[in-house]
Design a protein around this ligand. Sequence first.
Ligand code: NAI
Length: 244
Amino acid sequence: MKDKVAVITGAANGIGRATARLFAAHGAKVVLADVGDAEGSALESELKEGGTEALFLHVDVRKEDQVQEMVDRTLERFGRIDVLINNAGITRDGLLVKLPLVAWHEVLAVNLTGVMQCTKSAAPVMIQQGGGVILNASSVVGLYGNIGQTNYAATKAGVIGLTKTWARELGTKGIRVNAVAPGFIETGMTAKVPDRILQMVEERTPLKRMGRPEEVAHVYLFLASDAASFINGAIIPVDGGLVL
Ligand code: NAI
């Protein structure tokens, strides 16, 4: 990762933050894109103190102009984009029969349209460079569904469709596109899930625990590296064997 430029959306917390720290530790220059200004700025300072070239940008992935600005400012500062990690994501859970339409649209806007917009803006840069890596956040829920997550499951299954489409479309330009499908990882997102559900998940997981954000970050690091140079269009589960 030495001197590679990695743009990470949703970088201010959870898996995104762990990924930014890991990429920085491996010598990457990192762009931290998030709506969380306080956490994003704090992470930028932390990484800079450690000697990393880090740039926090306020980016709402739902907003086309902010996404384009993210790409433009990255180019202004670092001159290229080697890795885009479409990590920003939200949940608005509810059983189908009670799901407000607004919750459907909110989750689609961030988890699906946001991923598409970031890739649409960054891909031309990678095409011009002659290569790059795009990594997307899917979920076991996108593969197997989950009670109370109609909207979220639709987006995470949709991300698999995007990943495979782009692996074909952009692969011909030297751009590899892959996704991770994490199980339950200890972050702010799962802190909202009731304890009894998390206990059930732990019982069902052969490793008998939830995952840590760093355990997903290491998979992103591998997929972004040349060690994964022939992996394209893959959806890698990171779930302790929860779904086999
Ligand atoms: P998190 O809630 O800890 O962090 C998400 C980050 O995304 C936050 O910093 C938030 O400010 C940012 N964000 C939200 N909306 C945004 C927007 N419109 N524009 C830019 N940034 C925005 O979540 P976590 O757990 O770290 O999840 C990261 C990704 O991994 C998500 O896509 C999530 O769906 C996925 N994932 C998480 C799992 C888990 O168990 N935690 C399991 C499977 C997938």
